[in-house]
Structure formats: C-alpha cells, structure tokens
Design a protein around this ligand. Structure first.
Ligand code: COA
Length: 320
C-alpha cells in the first residue's frame, strides 16, 4: 500500500504586488528582480493569515477529491509562519472544515515542509495506519519580511496549497529527506522566545535573514542530488519522468537543476513568475495549477523536489 494524491486545491490572496510596486519602497528594479529570480509579481495577504489560506486551499482539495472532511484520518499543515505558536494551524483547519475524526498537527520544515508532510503521510499509509489524509503547505512570509531589506523582500509571496492523499496500490513510489542543522544560520527567522523575566530581555520580534549566495549554492547541488537519489534507488530511468515539480524559489535554480540532470526545460513547470517564493506552498500550488489545467494524467511519473531553511531538502517519485 502507498499514498496517492487524489485531489488538489490552492488559495492566493487577491492583492497583487508587482516588481514596480517594490521599486517604490526599496532600491530595486523590475529588471534586477526578473533577471536574478524570474519573479514578476507576488500575492500579499492583507487581512488573511496562514490558517485562513490553508482552510480555503483545503476545501478546494477536498471538493476536487470528492472526499468529505469527516473521512480524514490525519491533517498535516506544513508552515513556518503559523498564526499562533499554539494551537497548531492544522487544528484550526480541522475545526473550520469539520474533520472531526482526524488528528491534526503542523510540520515545520520551511520550504521543504510540503514534501516532508507528504512523505510522512506515505510512511503512515505504507504502515497501514491511516487511509485518508489532507496535506497542506501554507505560508504568509510577508509578515516575517523586513520590507526595507531589498535582498529578501522581493523574493517571497503568500499562498496555500493542499492535496488529499489516500491509501492505494499506486502513488508515491519512493522518497528521500535530509537536514543539515549546521547550515541553519544561513536562512533563519528568530521566534519570540528570546526574553523572559529571568534574563530581563524583551522578546525580540525578528525578521527573516538570508545569505542568498550560500542558499543558492546549496540548492543547485542538493536538488539534482536528491532527484537522482530517488530515481536511482527506485530503478526508474530519468527519461521516463514527465515533469519535475521543483520548489519555486528562483528560475535560475530550476534551470541549473535541469542542466545538471540533462533534462529539457519543458519538463520543469514554474509559477514563481506570478507568485514568487511562497515557501511551503510552492509545490502544492504548482501541482494544483497543473492538475486543474489537465496537464497531469493518471500513470504519469513525476518527481517532486525542494529545499529550504534548516537547511532541509527532500524529493519524492510519484505516479499520478
Ligand atoms: N535589487 C537590486 N539590487 C539588489 C537587490 C535587489 N532586490 N538585492 C540585492 N541587490 C544587490 C546587492 O546588494 C549586490 O550589490 P553589490 O554588488 O553592490 O554589493 C548585488 O545586487 C548582487 O547581490 P548578490 O546577493 O550577489 O546577488 P545574487 O546574484 O546572488 O542574487 C539572490 C541574489 C537572492 C536572487 C540569489 O542569491 C538567490 O536566489 N539565492 C537563493 C535564495 C533562495 O532561494 N532563497 C529561498 C530559499 S527557500
């Protein structure tokens, strides 16, 4: 038994922020952003938070799958920007959609979060523990962004994507996940747990920090490495892969991965031009875009792969 994706959904905020809009608040230009990242615009949440976006994506995924919320055994929300430290955003989703029979909790693995959540569900289904799962990637990084820091504020956007997974004979074939905590400081955001009465410090409200070049070097090596690993370990030739659904951080990272894997760019769909890097939401929103456009056919072999803060990385070979 394995875990198969049987429905997808996504949600993006209405507010569109174009590169030209950012050029009015920091010293940057549309030309710089497009040539370095491939991003033209992103969505920014105004009133909605991470849980609201997650709920909307979840409802669409359930409708697409034809699954009732009460059928869910488990809800995993991958996010690094939850609205609350606790309860978990997954519990809010559970309450909003009425998934009364599910266990619900969050997974924190930044941009690798959706892959980690999907792979966790695969483990549960392979072991025969759960039958129906809702996996969501949702992030509202605009609220963790220093809007005066041009090196990060141009990169990210807000969104949520979701997939319903069911225990079936075909689906997720093989996966890998990895972490390197030593490299954690190159991409980080402090939580409000730094101060208390004993140390006399006021809790810090931090913004994200990124050493872009270090992250870039890590990504262009790790992404092709983990794609090759899942293919080699499962004995599937790379030419049999119809699409590589990669984390949408930067088109240059996707291009470098395609080059290293010796695969044509047509196999690497992208949506970062419209949404920017939406962290845990890039992969499920891209899957949903493709699913709704009828680009995925039953039996297609696809590889999903990504990387993020931690540092973390992961990949999965999926039969659609
Ligand atoms: N607009 C204009 N100039 C900018 C800028 C912006 N938004 N951001 C940085 N610059 C400037 C820098 O200050 C630097 O100027 P200097 O040469 O005078 O010092 C110059 O552009 C080059 O900066 P650099 O950081 O070397 O650019 P880069 O080619 O490495 O591109 C990133 C920067 C962030 C696009 C790139 O490093 C990257 O994509 N890294 C990976 C990030 C990522 O994927 N993060 C998400 C992980 S999940």
């Amino acid at each position: 038994m394995t875990a198969r994706i049987i429905g997808t959904g996504s949600y993006v905020p209405e507010r569109i922020v174009k590169n030209e809009d950012l050029a009015k608040i920091v010293e940057t230009s549309d030309e710089w952003i497009v040539s370095r990242t491939g991003i033209h615009e992103r969505r920014v949440a105004v009133e909605e938070g991470t849980s609201h976006m997650a709920v909307e994506a979840a409802k669409k995924a359930l409708a697409d799958a034809g699954v009732g919320a009460e059928e869910l055994d488990i809800i995993l929300l991958a996010t690094s920007s939850p609205d609350y430290c606790f309860p978990a955003g997954a519990c809010e989703v559970q309450a909003e959609i009425g998934a009364v029979n599910a266990v619900a909790y969050d997974i924190s693995a930044a941009c690798s979060g959706f892959i980690f959540a999907m792979n966790t569900v695969y483990g549960f289904m392979k072991a025969g523990i759960y039958r129906t799962a809702l996996v969501i990637g949702a992030d509202c990084l605009s609220k963790l962004t220093d809007w005066s820091d041009r090196s990060t504020c141009v990169l990210f956007g807000d969104a949520a994507g979701a997939a319903v997974m069911r225990a079936e004979e075909t689906g997720l074939v093989h996966m890998t996940m990895g972490s390197d905590g030593v490299k954690g400081p190159v991409l980080s955001c402090v939580a409000r747990t730094t101060g208390n009465f004993a140390n006399g410090r006021i809790p810090e409200i931090g913004y994200m920090y990124m050493d872009g070049q270090e992250v870039f070097k890590f990504a262009v090596k790790k992404v092709p490495d983990c794609v090759r690993q899942v293919l080699e370990e499962s004995g599937v030739p790379i030419d049999e892969i119809r699409y590589f659904i990669l984390h949408q951080a930067n088109y240059r990272i996707v291009e470098a991965a395609a080059r290293r894997l010796k695969q044509p760019m047509e196999k690497f769909p992208m949506n970062m031009d419209r949404y920017g890097n939406t962290s845990g939401a890039t992969i499920p929103t891209l899957l949903d875009d493709m699913n709704r456009a009828g680009k995925l056919e039953r039996g297609d072999k696809i590889v999903i792969a990504g990387f993020g803060a931690g540092l973390t990385w992961g990949a999965a070979l999926v039969e659609w």
